[in-house]
Design a protein around this ligand. Sequence first.
Ligand code: GLY
Length: 381
Amino acid sequence: MDAMLEVPIQNQKWIDSVWGKITAKMDYVAENTGEKIPYTTVNGRYDDKFAQDPAWWTNGFWPGILWLMYMGTHNDKYKEIAEKAEIRLDSVLYGLDGSFEGLHHDVGFMWLLSSVANYKITGNPQSRIRGLIAANHLASRFNIKGGFITAWNGKNCEGWSIIDTMMNIPLLYWASKETGYSRFRDIAQAHADKTAENVIRADGSAVHIIEYDLETGEVVKTYGGQGYGTGSSWSRGQSWAIYGFALSFLHTKNPLYLETAKKAAHYFASCIQDSYIPAVDFRSPAEPLYIDTTAGAIAASGMIEISRHVPDFEKKIYLDTAMKILKALEKEQCNWTDKTDSILQNGSESYSGGIHKSIIYGDFFFIESILKLKKAGICLW
Ligand code: GLY
C-alpha cells in the first residue's frame, strides 16, 4: 500500500471483500461478453453498443474495465479481450466504417482507456499510434480565437464547451509526454484555465454547457444540458469537474487545478449528506427523486485522486467521503448475482431521459475506485 494513500484496517477488509466480489463477477461476465462492446444491459445481458454506433462516446469503457481487471488480477484473458475491443475500434479511428465524423471530444474516453492503457501496460507500438491519432483529433478541436475545445459536432454548437471535456484532456497531457511536443499540453491547459474561470461557479458547482463567442471567447450563455435546467447542478457534470481538475493537477502540478477540484468536491459532498447517493441534479425538485449512481462512482474516484495530492492532514476529508459514497453504492446499488452482467445499478443518462439503468462507465469508475484503494498507483488517465 502506497504510504500516500493510507486506508484504515477496517476499510481495507471491506475493500478486499468488494474486490473479491468484483473478480468473481467479472470472471464470467468478461467471458460471456466476448467481443461485444457494451453500454447497458438488455434483459440483464450486456448489449453490443459498438454494433449500433461505433463512434459512441462510451465505447472505451469496456476495454478500460478489462485493463483494470488485468492490472488487478494479471489474468491474461482480460488483456486478450481488451485487445480485441481495441482492434474493433480501429474501423472508427481509421475511417473504415463511415462513422469517423461522428467522433468528437470524447476521443479521450475512447482511446485513453483502450489504446493508451494498452501502450502503458504492454508497450504495444500500434496502440501508441492509435493514442496519438486520437490526441491529434482532440487537439484539432481547439478553437484558437475562443480558447477552448469544442465539445460536439454541428454548426449550431461550435461555440459550446462542456465540463465533461476535462476528463478527455489527459489524452493531450499524455501525447505531450510521449512526443515531447508542448503543443498538446498547451491546448489542454488553455482549455482547463478557461473552464476553471467560467464553468465552475463561486460555490463550486459546475455548469454543464457553456457557449462562447467564436471570435472573442466571451461567454454568450449557459445551458442546463443533461441536468434539470439552466442554472441547475447536474451531478455527473460535478463529478467530471472533481476528477477532471484533479487529473489536470496530476499532469501539470498547477495549484489552480487542485484548488478547483477541491472546491468542486466540497460542493458535491455538501449535496449528498443524506444518503451519499447523488441525485441526478442537485437543484431539481425534491420529487420525483432521480438518482445517478455513476456520478457517485466518478466523484469517489476523483476524491481518491485528490487525496493523493493534498497534505496528510487533508487526505482524510477526501478519503472518508469517497469511502462513504462507495459503501452506500455497494450496499444499496450493486448487483453481485448472475442475473445481470452489470454491477452498479441505477445510473442515469440525464434528468430528462435514460433514468435508472445500468451504464458501463458506472461499473468502470466503481471498479477503478476499489482498485485504486487496493493497489495505490493505478491510473489509466
Ligand atoms: N459525457 C456525457 C455524459 O456524461 O453523459
